[in-house]
Design a protein. Sequence first.
Length: 64
Amino acid sequence: MEKIVRQALLYDFYGELLTEHQKSVYSDIVLNDLSYSEVARDEGISRQGVYDLVKRCDKILEEY
């Protein structure tokens, strides 16, 4: 729960650092609580691709 709150706060403050695609996927996972499978299906990418993108976004937001 604490991790999700932190991710949401970082996204609110620094979300503009992400591309539109990154914002879409990240917000679906973190804010809308969709599963990796649901997002992968909607975006037309693999679950691993969604996972990697979320981790990359976490890193971008944490490092700023």
